[in-house]
Design a protein around this ligand. Sequence first.
Ligand code: CTP
Ligand code: CA
Length: 226
Amino acid sequence: VRLLAKHGQLANKKILITAGGTREALDPLRYISNRSSGKMGYALAQAAVEAGASVTLISTVELKVPFNVQLIQVTSSDDMMAAVSDHFQTADVFISAAAVSDFRPSQQQTQKIKKTGNEGLTLNLVQNPDILATVAATKKNQFVVGFAAETQDLLNYAKDKLVKKHADMIIANDVSQKGIGFNADDNQVTIIRPHERPQTLPVQSKLETARSIVTEIAKELADQLQ
Ligand code: CTP
Ligand code: CA
């Protein structure tokens, strides 16, 4: 472990990563969620370990945990917010790869919702806090990376998110294309940074994409030191 950590582009860095879609409970049995597989977050965790970082992964899914990654299992956006808040201050880099549910049921029923007597059902949802924007607003030296999942106007929406979320880098993801992005094995992303031209990576596996992203983050950290 020690030997590994001394070398690599992210040696001696603490990386905090979120992964997967959050689940927002309706009642003890049901939840609303999204199609995120968590694979991109896990790939980033692996790539960061390979680069010598000490990695904490806050995840809603149960995938094979890469060697040497500290896993924190969560379910709801509420749990995720608490776990991220606990670890953000001591991190050097925060990568928000989770697909946090934008809304949650306004009330969580303590008993199973029954169909008897209900012809239909209207759900009342309230907006969840933005985990990334909330913690990034308190950042000191942390390098903050967000994702932008878009089905249209990718670059403009992604640039907006860079500013709104106080991020140093946005990984923009066109989720309208089958076979890449959400719940797929491959990915193609465009890296957005302040004052730099968007950089589109080739279609490649999520692990290869993650390694490229980690390399770009490491370059930014090296620049910060100069
Ligand atoms: N994010 C977050 N907390 C939320 C919503 C999003 O931390 N409640 C983070 C995601 O992890 C991602 C980034 O914000 O890194 C962008 O998520 P995205 O869903 O693309 O953007 P939103 O701000 O939620 O806007 P919208 O879904 O309306 O495009
Ligand atoms: Ca969203």
